[in-house]
Design a protein around this ligand. Structure first.
Ligand code: HEM
Length: 184
């Protein structure tokens, strides 16, 4: 109702527009009816300083990203196959978790906190396909456990694409060509 008062719209605006248009007058710009509504302006969501291009999802914020990253790496470092790789390479787990949280936060919330070169450390790790398969398996199970299906999908789809780009980048340093395996 606040919307109608603010925008001057009424439930039968559409038919009004059709009539005036047919009568040769310029139609009202239709998207005006879809503009953000004044009654929502005081809600907590409207008052956050989210980047306009940030993914909008009620469960997505820095706290939920951190929970995903912490839970995932808690499992990855215990894993028989990929745990030893992490435990050999990661000197400071707090710093790693901060960096990976920044990575996802920059990706989805556009916070700009990560500006590294994500491929680089992976080139030196002698990673095989089975390592990426396990990484994705653990990551996907964790995302599904913690997030609503649509938010989990967002992370999973992106992680698969990145895993493919890492795998293909690693293959090219070995003089090999590789097709994406996870994101097609
Ligand atoms: C078998 C799979 C993987 C293994 C074993 C692995 C392992 C590692 C290791 C050891 C580091 C360096 C950590 C440090 O120096 O503190 C690293 C960094 C990183 N990894 Fe992975 N990773 C894997 C897959 C992935 C995937 C699929 C993603 C993204 C979806 C990813 C994202 C990153 C990022 C963003 C960094 C930080 C790079 C930087 O230093 O700026 N990793 N990873």
């Amino acid at each position: 109702m606040v919307r109608s008062a603010v925008l001057g719209a009424s439930p039968d605006d559409a038919s009004h527009r059709r009539e005036t248009h047919e009568a040769g007058q310029a139609p009202t710009f239709p998207s005006a009816r879809l503009a953000p509504i004044s009654s929502d302006m005081n809600s907590p969501a409207a008052q956050t300083d989210r980047h306009p291009l940030a993914v909008q999802h009620p469960e997505l914020d820095d706290a939920s990203i951190r929970l995903l990253v912490e839970t995932f790496y808690g499992r990855a470092r215990e894993d028989a196959l990929i745990g030893p790789i992490f435990n050999r390479a990661v000197a400071d787990w707090d710093e790693h978790i901060d960096r990976i949280s920044d990575f996802w936060s920059s990706m989805f919330l556009k916070t700009g906190r990560y500006n590294g070169a994500p491929m680089r450390p992976h080139l030196a790790l002698s990673l095989q396909g089975a390592h990426f398969d396990r990484w994705l398996q653990l990551f996907e199970a964790t995302a599904r456990e913690l997030f609503a299906p649509d938010l989990a999908d967002l992370f999973i789809i992106r992680a698969r694409r990145i895993a493919d780009s890492f795998e293909m980048g690693i293959a090219s340093t070995r003089g090999e060509l590789m097709r994406p395996r996870h994101s097609v």
